[in-house]
Write a protein that binds this ligand. Structure first.
Ligand SMILES: Cc1cc2nc3c(=O)[nH]c(=O)nc-3n(C[C@H](O)[C@H](O)[C@H](O)COP(=O)(O)O)c2cc1C
Length: 200
């Protein structure tokens, strides 16, 4: 469906790309095998180093251009985003030859209603990761233990779990189209994304 929409895309209106970007992100949330399921999240460390890692898309509200993922509150990225809320996300669909870059401000949700809802919506197997006693990235003297049993609705796991919501304010789509590469950039202006052609 996304491929058909890309092929049918009128190349006279960059704004027509936005629903395709939205469909790609919705697909990432809906389908485990979507090329947009896992994106690279870039944040800034306290000493100014860029940090990048994979995150799994869990939420996308097309109308609000808001997306979400879950994370461990003990992880370095939680502290990084708490200190500096400007982040970038990157994804690439090799089969569809499409790169997507997104920017926005992130909000972190721990012990609040949104955090509770994200916890309730998550699978037992995912919850088990948050029951691990050592914080992500902590040095170990031996290889990590097998993950906790996938029944981790206990308080410590919930206390480690957090949800992130990103209010997107910019996107950049690059399609390596066989007939000629095309690129669109969009910025949030007066509450709406405004797309423009960009030089490749
Ligand atoms: C395919 C894949 C999906 C991942 N999804 C998530 C995720 O949704 N949330 C998360 O916190 N870490 C996720 N990770 C692990 C992170 O990439 C990272 O290794 C870990 O969170 C530590 O990151 P940090 O040290 O930058 O905080 C995923 C890793 C892979 C390989």
């Amino acid at each position: 469906m996304i491929e058909a929409a890309k092929q049918a895309l009128a190349l006279d209106d960059p704004q027509g790309w936005l629903p395709i970007g939205q469909a790609m992100l919705a697909d990432g949330v809906a389908r485990r095998r979507s090329p947009w399921r896992v994106m690279t999240l870039a944040s800034l460390s306290a000493d100014g180093w860029p940090e990048a890692r994979s995150v799994t898309l869990r939420h996308f509200d097309a109308q609000a251009w808001e997306l979400g993922f879950n994370l461990d509150r003990r992880s370095p990225k939680w502290a990084q985003m708490a200190a500096h809320d400007q982040i970038c996300l990157h994804g690439y669909d090799a089969a569809g030859r499409m790169q997507l870059r997104l920017w926005g401000h992130v909000r972190l949700h721990g012990d609040d209603a949104l955090g509770d809802a994200a916890w309730t919506a998550s699978q037992p197997m995912s919850r088990a990761c948050y029951a691990v006693a050592d914080a992500p990235g902590e040095e170990l003297s031996s290889p990590p233990l097998a993950p906790a049993k996938p029944d981790a609705r206990d308080a410590p796991a919930r206390a480690h779990f957090g949800a992130a919501r990103v209010a997107l304010n910019r996107l950049d789509m690059l399609w390596l189209r066989v007939e000629g590469h095309v690129r669109v950039g969009a910025y949030l202006e007066n509450g709406a994304m405004q797309a423009r052609w960009l030089s490749v």
